[in-house]
Design a protein around this ligand. Structure first.
Ligand SMILES: [Fe+2]
Length: 247
């Protein structure tokens, strides 16, 4: 799945992502700002500095989506809500924050579901799998979420390199929504993820988009080096606007 390289792509002028106004008014639906609860920002100060910088590039609303997985046994709703309320008191006022979560499809998922899932919007549940192998529970969990009134939203489908074109289509047909990681478009996760992300974007497979930010420096570096044609900016603009439906 190679990024299409048309004559238009090769010869049209490109602009750095951060020089466009694509993030102006952005609603981020995937981030790891909640400090000290996963592999994202570790201190309140770093998370606040990052939010300040993101406000400067136009971000207006952010879902904090800490990892929820068996390996992080404290990350249950009551604990995360308490940490979120505490963080919100000191967070910058120029951005609206909400708490959701990014759920690993592991042995603890149904325990988490019993404890109460933290949705994005009214009923979207951000899910992720191992990057190495498919989750044996994936189809069951997608079905279970749907029959209980939720919409499964798969985080960064481009990063699951075991998936092929047919599997991407099959999951979409089952009603699973797809969230693109912006940094996949700039090779942060390697060449194959880059090719897959551009393929899925150009084939209209994504429903929403997120930063999945863990460190400010990494995000800004990637977005500065991501150069986009006008056509690519339009593709991303249309996707970015979809996020507003989830606030
Ligand atoms: Fe994430």
């Amino acid at each position: 799945m190679k990024k299409k390289k048309s004559l238009f792509y090769r010869f049209s002028a490109k602009r750095s992502f951060l020089e466009t106004d694509l993030l102006s008014g952005f609603t981020d639906i995937h981030s790891h700002y909640l400090p000290g609860v996963d592999d994202g920002f570790q201190t309140k100060e770093d998370a606040i500095n990052a939010l300040d910088a993101m406000i400067d590039v136009g971000v207006k609303r952010v879902y904090l989506t800490p990892h929820v997985m068996a390996d992080l046994p404290e990350n249950y709703p009551d604990f995360l809500k308490e940490r979120f309320l505490n963080f919100q008191q000191d967070a910058p006022k120029g951005v609206e924050l909400r708490l959701a979560a990014e759920y690993m499809l592991d042995a603890d998922f149904f325990k988490q579901k019993q404890a109460g899932l933290l949705p994005i919007g009214k009923n979207y549940i951000l899910i992720e799998m191992s990057y190495m192998y498919p989750s044996p529970e994936l189809i069951n969990i997608i079905y279970d979420l749907q029959v209980t009134g939720f919409v499964p939203l798969l985080a960064h489908p481009e990063r699951y390199l075991f998936m092929d074109e047919g599997q991407y289509k099959m999951l979409k047909e089952k009603g699973c929504k797809y969230q693109l990681n912006l940094m996949s478009l700039s090779r942060q996760y390697g060449e194959r993820v880059f090719d897959t992300a551009w393929y899925l974007l150009q084939h209209g497979m994504y429903d929403f988009v997120g930063t999945d930010i863990h460190q400010l420096r990494v995000f800004l570096h990637n977005m500065t080096h991501l150069k986009l044609t006008t056509k690519e900016q339009d593709l991303l603009y249309n996707l970015i606007r979809q996020n507003e439906r989830l606030w």
